[in-house]
Design a binder for this molecule. Structure first.
Ligand SMILES: CC(C)(COP(=O)(O)OP(=O)(O)OC[C@H]1O[C@@H](n2cnc3c(N)ncnc32)[C@H](O)[C@@H]1OP(=O)(O)O)[C@@H](O)C(=O)NCCC(=O)NCCS
Length: 126
């Protein structure tokens, strides 16, 4: 299992924290996360990205990166995964994550493009 032998190197990129999994001089997997805050629960982490190059999957690297993120002192680790991404959904479920859409009915909400511009323009009228 490479995850036990090869180093995971941490970086800070602006407000992001980046863990890179190296084999030799090549980054074959990474986790990118940042802090969020739950008014009810406290300091939390949002895992923006977890990726392992296809040819290196199934060797414990994704799990190693996820476990390293979990080591950070926080009360919860959250992420979004697309509905069609069954392998990743299964991976997180196998590690014990709950699917909040199923268990609590959360919807992911986004403003971008014109909806975000319109919202910002409304600020001037307040
Ligand atoms: C999801 C991803 C990061 C997993 O990385 P990986 O290195 O292949 O996974 P690992 O080899 O570390 O998996 C380790 C453990 O998870 C389990 N696992 C992995 N894939 C699984 C799956 N599809 N279903 C069930 N369990 C799975 C393994 O059985 C293993 O369990 P164990 O150690 O308890 O025996 C990788 O597949 C990936 O990069 N996918 C594409 C990018 C992506 O979609 N990322 C998620 C975006 S939210």
């Amino acid at each position: 299992c490479w995850a036990k032998k090869e180093p995971i190197i941490p970086y800070i990129v602006g407000v992001f924290f980046l863990l890179c999994f190296f084999i030799g001089f090549t980054v074959v997997g990474y986790a990118l996360y940042f802090y969020t805050y739950s008014t009810w629960k406290g300091r939390s982490i949002f895992l923006e990205d977890l990726y392992v190059m296809p040819e290196f999957r199934g060797n414990g690297i994704g799990k190693g990166l996820l476990c390293k993120v979990a080591e950070v002192n926080c009360v919860r680790l959250q992420l979004s995964v697309l509905d069609w991404n069954t392998p990743s959904r299964d991976f997180y479920a196998a590690k014990g994550a709950q699917d909040l859409t199923v268990s609590e009915g959360w919807h992911a909400i986004r403003f971008d493009g014109p909806s975000l511009d319109n919202l910002a323009k409304e600020a001037a009228k307040i």
